[in-house]
Design a protein around this ligand. Structure first.
Ligand SMILES: Cc1ncc(C[n+]2csc(CCOP(=O)(O)OP(=O)(O)O)c2C)c(N)n1
Ligand code: SF4
Ligand SMILES: [Mg+2]
Length: 278
């Protein structure tokens, strides 16, 4: 499809690549991909103006399945890559895709500072409470009692609370979605992409292979009882006391995004090279 054609009505299919996903049949990530393409079509953004950046994991395979620019980076470093890209090319829409292992474990430190910096990125974490790609090790969001051969008797460890951490660290938009509701998720992604600053969208996306118990999530999710607030104290109270299955936009902040003047980041390149001469 040419760029000119793309300016007209956009269809979700225009954002799909020819690569067939290799996720397990029934994996929640298929629906997340559907939500991405529906959101991009609703925003009518040309695919060449969108970049999907990821780390490593089943969830992080998503850039290859879109027709947008993509960067399948190294484990836990998607936010660092995306931040560099966005500050140098602010005209691009940068969406970052991660998993609970990639984003909260090895990439946990980057998560805190990305929230704090508030660069205009949309960060989507497909949370299945497990390391799917490496065959089911516990992740920071695995329940303490989750008992497998890899964690006999459970880890006994308190899980990480991604939404509270995002709020405390300065994220400007916070939402929770369920992969089984692709239209609702697409609508939240549209809002997240439009909202200035760092938008964090946690998508509960079941791993049918290593967490068959997560098929129950479809019966547990429910719309958040109240709409989004811009008051961080109210948001903190609501997020900390909900049951983990409230779906919707939970916080919309009004912090100004960080955007340094383009081209002033590293100064004169030849001069910089001279500084590093041996
Ligand atoms: C530096 C490094 N350490 C460990 C790994 C192995 N590894 C690959 S994916 C992954 C976990 C992915 O889990 P998650 O982000 O939750 O993705 P999922 O597969 O569950 O979607 C790990 C530990 C790696 N690729 N690189
Ligand atoms: S292992 Fe789990 S997360 Fe990975 S593709 Fe299969 S169902 Fe999805
Ligand atoms: Mg995972």
């Amino acid at each position: 499809m040419s760029i000119v054609e793309m300016r007209g009505a956009c269809k979700p299919g225009d954002y799909k690549s020819d690569i067939k996903p290799i996720w397990c049949p029934g994996c929640g990530d298929y629906h997340v991909l559907m939500s991405f393409t529906r959101a991009f079509a609703a925003l009518a953004l040309p695919p060449e103006n969108i970049v999907v950046v990821s780390g490593i994991g089943c969830s992080s395979r998503i850039p290859a399945y879109t027709s947008c620019y993509g960067f399948h980076g190294v484990h836990g470093r998607s936010l660092a890559l995306a931040a560099g890209l966005k500050v140098t090319r602010p005209e691009l829409t940068v969406v970052v895709a991660s998993g609970d292992g990639d984003g909260y474990s090895i990439g946990g430190n980057h998560f805190l500072h990305a929230c704090r910096r508030n660069i205009d990125l949309t960060y989507v974490v497909m949370d299945n409470h497990i390391y799917g790609m490496t065959k089911g090790q516990p992740s920071p969001t695995t329940e303490p009692e989750f008992d497998t051969a890899l964690s006999p008797g459970g880890t006994g460890l308190r899980p990480f609370h991604p939404l509270v951490i995002a709020l405390a660290s300065g994220a400007n938009f916070i939402a929770r979605c369920f992969s089984g509701e692709p239209n609702q998720t697409a609508a939240v992604l549209v809002e997240a992409i439009r909202h200035p600053g760092f938008s964090f969208v946690e998508i509960l996306s079941p791993c049918v292979t290593f967490r068959p118990d997560e098929s129950e999530w479809k019966n547990l999710v429910h719309p958040a009882p109240v709409g989004a607030t811009n008051d961080p104290a109210k948001a903190a109270r609501r997020i900390m006391t909900d049951d983990g299955f409230n779906i919707g936009i939970l916080y919309r902040g009004d912090r100004k995004p960080y955007q340094p003047p383009v081209g002033q980041g590293c100064g004169d390149l030849p001069e910089l090279e001279r500084d590093f001469e041996l």
